[in-house]
Design a protein around this ligand. Structure first.
Ligand code: C5P
Length: 218
């Protein structure tokens, strides 16, 4: 049966987390950022000096992975890692980490326990397909590669970080390719997901659309 959960999946740079946060606040629901969980796992594995091939050590690190989210902040064993997980280095390392079946098993299990009570907006790549197939509302949010790279580029510029548009676009293509072709939980829309192309929409329009859709099909 359908759970009061809104799953928002889609590729990198499509604005899922901002959208999901705003939808949650409009509905008075909570927001879970699963990308942040994969990023924090990548950071923990890196800090432990582990390669994904180090089977037993990896399992030990994963078993002890203490992730929590408070508002917009992400904590790893009590330490606020919200900024650290957004670094270029973690962004690069998270792709192979998130393709690892053992990592996914541990994080999906945590995500299910968090969302089990319902009234969560959850964003990621596999929320509608794998984590919460019983979510009442599934949105697959897309935008053209150029539109996504342009937003990301402007974001980096606004932060005062030098960026070259072509490099942002190329990096994004690599991530899209890796996320869509991996063997475990590849990025794809659930059969019952509604697709929304946000290339020519404002953030407000996307949020309004999802809230309206949810209210029409609660
Ligand atoms: O959404 P964000 O870019 O923060 O996610 C970081 C990485 O984590 C993505 O590139 C993707 O590989 C992975 N991810 C995933 N499954 C999710 C959420 C994120 O594989 N549910």
């Amino acid at each position: 049966s359908a759970l009061p959960l809104i799953a928002i999946d889609g590729p990198s740079g499509v604005g899922k987390s901002t959208t999901a946060r705003r939808v949650a606040s409009r509905l008075g629901w909570q927001y879970l950022d699963t990308g942040a969980m994969y990023r924090a796992a990548a950071l923990a594995i890196h800090r432990a000096g582990l390669a994904l091939e180090a089977r037993e050590d990896l399992e030990r690190v994963l078993a002890g992975l203490a992730l929590t989210q408070e508002g917009t902040r992400i904590f790893l064993a009590g330490e606020d890692v919200s900024e650290a997980i957004r670094s270029q280095e973690v962004t690069r390392r998270v792709t192979p980490v998130s393709a690892d079946a053992r990592v996914r098993e541990v994080l999906v299990d945590q995500q299910r326990r968090i969302g089990a009570t319902g009234h969560w907006v959850v964003d990621g790549r596999d929320i509608g397909t794998v984590v919460f197939p019983q979510a009442c509302c599934k949105v697959f949010l897309t935008a053209s590669p150029e539109a996504r790279a342009r937003r990301r580029f402007l974001e980096l510029q606004a932060k005062g970080q030098g960026a070259v548009f072509e490099e942002v676009l190329a990096d994004q293509r690599r991530r899209d390719e890796a996320d869509s072709t991996r063997a475990v939980a590849p990025l794809r829309p659930a059969e019952d997901a509604v697709e929304l192309d946000s290339s020519d929409l404002t953030l407000d329009q996307v949020v309004d659309w999802i809230v309206a859709r949810h209210q029409a099909h609660p």
